[in-house]
Design a protein around this ligand. Structure first.
Ligand SMILES: Nc1ncnc2c1ncn2[C@@H]1O[C@H](COP(=O)(O)OP(=O)(O)OP(=O)(O)O)[C@@H](O)[C@H]1O
Ligand SMILES: [Mg+2]
Length: 222
């Protein structure tokens, strides 16, 4: 059995919602517990607004918990400098984000920042970005290509964990299945721990792993 990589203990998160011109505090995650082992793939489903993105954002501190604790390899995530935490825990969003500049500029971001040992050629090969795209303006790519660039850029930081927030939902069916295969191959090659939010039951079934549903603020087995 692999060691526990990521653990959430008793995590709660409140948001403020405007109701009839009053701000009402609503608990969106309620004493939630989760344990993910090293190299494990976990899919998280749940209704729109159930808090899936909020949950991922807590894990790399784009947002803070109201109570409870999140542990990376047994250490409170707040004991890491946020930049270092986000290097270890990469995130890929639903709508791919291309940074200004060429594809090469996007891919070299993490390498420059952290001096990692994965070169641009390896990153582009591993993520299926053709060499002749490296000098293209990243902003001009198709959505599927941009998502590959986002994934490659996240991998350039040599993360241990990938948080995937509906990474294929803005793609057509062919690109979707290619990105799924890419992420699953990378998971095996690099022994990545993955939390994958999806709203598609079929996708959760296709990619395998442990299937969870976020319901009323807590994670249940699907
Ligand atoms: N910063 C915030 N301030 C106020 N409300 C927020 C904030 N972030 C999220 N919410 C609210 O919390 C709830 C959960 O949002 P979240 O984006 O996590 O849901 P989700 O499960 O990812 O939904 P979807 O499937 O549509 O992406 C929503 O009602 C949202 O409006
Ligand atoms: Mg969301």
């Amino acid at each position: 059995m692999n060691p526990v990589h990521l653990e959430l203990k008793n995590v709660s998160k409140n948001v403020f919602r405007r109701v009839n011109n009053n701000m009402v505090r609503t608990q969106i995650l309620s004493n939630l517990d989760l344990k993910v082992n090293k190299g494990e793939l976990v899919t998280i489903m749940g209704a729109s607004g159930s808090g899936k993105s909020t949950l991922l954002r807590l894990i790399n501190r784009l947002s803070e918990t109201d109570s409870g604790i999140i542990l990376l390899k047994g250490n409170d995530i707040r004991s890491y400098v946020p930049m270092e935490l986000r290097r270890r825990i990469g995130m890929v969003f639903q709508v791919p984000v291309a940074f200004k500049g060429s594809v090469r500029d996007n891919l070299s971001f993490g390498i420059k920042l952290w001096g990692g040992n994965t070169g641009i050629e390896t990153l582009s090969r591993d993520t299926g970005i053709p060499g002749n795209l490296l000098d293209a303006d990243a902003g001009q790519l198709s959505t599927g290509e941009k998502q590959r660039v986002s994934i490659a850029r996240a991998l350039g930081n040599q993360p241990e964990i990938l948080l995937l927030d509906e990474p294929t939902s803005s793609l057509d069916a062919v690109s979707e299945q290619r990105i799924e295969k890419l992420l699953l191959d990378l998971q095996k090659e690099r022994d990545l721990t993955i939390l994958w939010v999806t709203h598609e039951k079929e996708q959760a079934q296709r990619i395998g792993g442990k299937r969870l549903i976020l319901r009323e603020g807590r994670l249940e087995h699907a």
